[in-house]
Write a protein that binds this ligand. Structure first.
Ligand code: F6P
Length: 368
C-alpha cells in the first residue's frame, strides 16, 4: 500500500480544499496512508514533519466548501533550482512518500513534470553522495506524480475546466451585477479588469454572462486603432438605443496585435476622450480568487481527487504521469507532459503573433 501525498501549489483556487479532502479520504479508503505537503513546493524544499504531515480522515472535515487552500500554497523560487528539487527529493524519501498528487496551475504542473523527469538523477545523486542508503534508493527509484488542475485562469490545455475557474467566474459576474446598478444609475461607463494571466477565458465568459458591451482578451488582439474604433462604434450604437450603462471587460493580459499591453486606464481614456462618457475603472483583484467554491468546483475537485488516487494506484514505473482533466463532461486521464507542452505552445503562438493558432489551441469557447 502506498504513502500518497497531496500538495496545492501556485495561486490558490476555490475547490483546492475539496481536492485535498478527496485525495486524503480516497487514499485512506483504499488502505493507503495520506500526507499533505504544506505550503506547496516550499514545504517540499523545507521538509520535516512540520511540512510533510500525515493526514487522517477527520483532518479534512469541513474542507469541501471552503475557499483558498488550508494546507497552504506558495510560488516557490527555490524549487525552480535543481538544488531545491534535490532537497525536495530527499524530504519525500525521508517521509516515505512514493506518490505525489499536485493540485495547481500550469506553472506548478510544469514544475511537477520537471521533478518527475529529474527524479532518477536526483535520487542517484543522493545515493552516490551517501545521503540515502541503497535500500531507500531501491524503494524510491520511481516517483509517481499525478496532476489535477487548480487555477482560476482555466488556461490548461487538454481539460475543459480547471478547479476554481467557475467559482471565480461567478464572483466576477456577481461583482459586475453590482456595478451594473451603479453604472445604470449614473449613466456611467465602467472598465472592469479581471484576472486570468495570459488567458482570456474569465473575461470572455464573464462578458457573455453579463452581456458586457465590449471585451478585450489576449487571444484575439487587433491593432491599437482597431480595438479603439470598434469599441467606440459598438458602445455608441448601444448608447444610441437608450442604454444607460456601458461595461467593458479587460483581461489583465489583454494586448494589441503588436503585443503591447492594453491597460484599463488606456481603455478608460478612450471612452472619456472619444465618447465623453463618465468612466470609472474597477480592478476586481483577489476578490476573484476568494470565497467558497461553487457546487461545480466542489464536484469537479472531488471526482478528480478520487480519480487521481486511482491513477496513482494503477500506475507502474512505465506509466507516463497523468493529468486528471474533464472533457465533454467525463473525467479523463491525460498525459501531464503533453498538457504542459500544449499550454506552453499557446504562449509561444501569441509571442509569435500567430493568434489563429493560439485561438485554436484554446478550448472551443474561444473558437466558436
Ligand atoms: O494564476 C492565478 C492568478 O490569480 C492570475 O489570474 C493572476 O495573474 C495571478 O494569479 C496573481 O498572482 P498573485 O496572487 O501572486 O499576485
Amino acid at each position: 500500500k502506498r504513502n500518497i501525498a497531496v500538495m496545492t501549489s501556485g495561486g490558490d483556487a476555490p475547490g483546492m480544499n475539496a481536492c485535498v479532502r478527496a485525495v486524503v479520504r480516497a487514499a485512506i479508503y483504499r488502505g493507503c496512508k495520506a500526507f499533505a505537503v504544506m505550503e506547496g513546493y516550499e514545504g517540499l524544499v523545507r521538509g520535516g514533519p512540520e511540512y510533510i504531515k500525515e493526514m487522517n480522515w477527520l483532518d479534512v472535515r469541513g474542507y469541501l466548501s471552503e475557499g483558498g487552500t488550508n494546507i497552504g500554497t506558495a510560488r516557490c523560487m527555490d524549487f525552480k533550482q535543481r538544488q531545491g528539487r534535490l532537497k525536495g527529493c530527499k524530504h519525500l524519501i525521508d517521509a516515505g512518500i512514493d506518490a505525489l498528487i499536485v493540485c495547481g496551475g500550469d506553472g506548478s504542473l510544469t514544475g511537477a513534470d520537471l521533478f518527475r523527469k529529474e527524479w532518477p538523477s536526483l535520487i542517484q545523486e543522493l545515493k552516490d553522495t551517501g545521503v540515502i542508503s541503497n535500500e531507500k534508493y531501491e524503494k524510491h527509484k520511481h516517483l509517481n506524480i499525478c496532476g489535477t488542475v487548480g487555477s482560476i485562469d482555466n488556461d490548461m490545455a487538454t481539460t475543459d475546466a480547471t478547479i476554481g475557474a467557475y467559482s471565480s467566474l461567478d464572483r466576477i459576474c456577481q461583482a459586475i451585477d453590482y456595478i451594473d446598478a451603479t453604472a445604470n444609475s449614473h449613466s456611467r461607463a465602467f472598465v472592469v479588469e479581471v484576472m486570468g494571466r495570459h488567458c482570456g477565458w474569465l473575461a470572455l465568459m464573464a462578458g457573455i454572462a453579463t452581456s458586457a458591451d465590449y471585451i478585450l482578451i489576449p487571444e484575439k488582439p487587433s491593432s491599437s486603432k482597431g480595438w479603439q474604433d470598434q469599441m467606440c462604434q459598438i458602445v455608441s450604437q448601444h448608447r444610441s438605443k437608450g442604454k444607460r450603462k456601458t461595461i467593458v471587460i479587460v483581461a489583465e493580459g489583454a494586448i494589441t496585435n503588436e503585443l503591447e499591453p492594453i491597460s484599463s486606464d488606456a481603455v478608460k481614456d478612450v471612452l472619456v476622450d472619444r465618447l465623453g462618457l463618465d468612466t470609472r475603472v474597477t480592478t476586481l483583484g483577489h476578490v476573484q480568487r476568494g470565497g467558497t467554491a461553487v457546487s461545480y468546483d466542489r464536484i469537479l475537485a472531488t471526482v478528480q481527487g478520487v480519480e487521481a488516487v486511482k491513477a496513482v494506484l494503477d500506475s507502474t514505473p512505465d506509466t507516463p504521469s497523468p493529468l486528471i482533466g474533464i472533457e465533454e463532461n467525463k473525467i479523463v486521464r491525460k498525459s501531464l507532459v503533453e498538457a504542459v507542452e500544449i499550454t506552453k505552445s499557446v504562449a509561444t503562438a501569441i509571442e509569435n503573433k500567430d493568434f489563429d493558432k493560439a485561438m485554436s489551441l484554446r478550448d472551443s469557447e474561444f473558437t466558436e
